[in-house]
Design a protein around this ligand. Sequence first.
Ligand code: SF4
Length: 384
Amino acid sequence: MSANASKINLLGLSPDKLEAFFEELGEKRFRASQVLKWIHQMGVSDFQQMTNISKGLRNKLEEIAEVRAPEVIQQWDSKDGTRKFLIRVSGDNAIETVFIPERDRGTLCVSSQVGCSLDCSFCATGKQGFNRDLSAAEIIGQVWLAAKSFGQLSENGPRKVTNVVMMGMGEPLLNFDNVVDSMTLMMHDNCYGLSKRRVTLSTSGVVPALDKLGQYTDACLAISLHAPNDELRNELVPLNKKYPIAMLLDSAKRYIDGLPDQRRKLTIEYTLIDQVNDRDEHAQQLTDLLKDIPVKINLIPFNPFGLSNYKRVSNTRLRRFQQILIDAGYTTTIRTTRGDDIDAACGQLAGQVNDRTRRSERYKIDMAALSSSQADVIPVKAIQ
Ligand code: SF4
């Protein structure tokens, strides 16, 4: 589908915005429900196929609007079933989206920005610099494309995408409005109908945005913590210098306390890096830090990528760290590394970023180095 700058793209309009759009056209608001179902439940982008809408309105929509998803450039399938999509977005950029199948669920890891303006020291995305925020259409478009690729958007199609995590490229809270609109579409009954327990926003800690998040959504929340004290976190997550741990956890706790369902817990993401944040004392500090907050802890063994000197933690260390947390009473899981043969594992997403920050020059970014393993994997589909 080619971009048409003069047409409004309905793909990313939240239910409220689509209702307002139809009202402005002099139509009833319920037209929005009909169109949302066509787009997000049946995957229809051609207005003429929306047969419960009058011919006159279909023609009018064709004149002034479009349903335009970003375009899949390539996709790779990992040996373990993980699928990575490389998706073209405007400005000569490309983003990555990853689907991770498990026995009882299928999780889609969605990107929110082209690159990332933050520069976490363990993250491939951050090394590429930043170009821009994704539009709501480009964010929900990742769900639309993935669901379509699995035949989910057809009558009786398999429901493959059961969970969405906003943990791909970018910091979601720095693209607040578009991320909130997209999450609303993910959870809306006329769209993907995902429950609030199956949509998770992960943030490295943009506190002012987190403070207002509860007014707009009740999705699950994950905090990318990665360190138990400010000194270490300042090194790993530079944003911590602006919003230190205590401020971040206070804000996260307020979000969780404000949720209608009090059984929900905050997820703490902790990437374990060999000899950096993996010592017993770090685990002990973490148990103290989190003692007044309902949390579950997700340990992520660091996934090495070109340009990083960090090393993956040993399995013995990983188990030992986990045991300390479990002994202190915390539900603690270890995230199984998935899709590392196609660079789809956590912290490895790279895409193609027309960097506006010059950070990539500083790191002398070599895309081949970031995506080295892709050379060994034959794309299952290549669209140019
Ligand atoms: S970990 Fe997240 S916030 Fe940090 S640089 Fe990577 S994408 Fe950005």
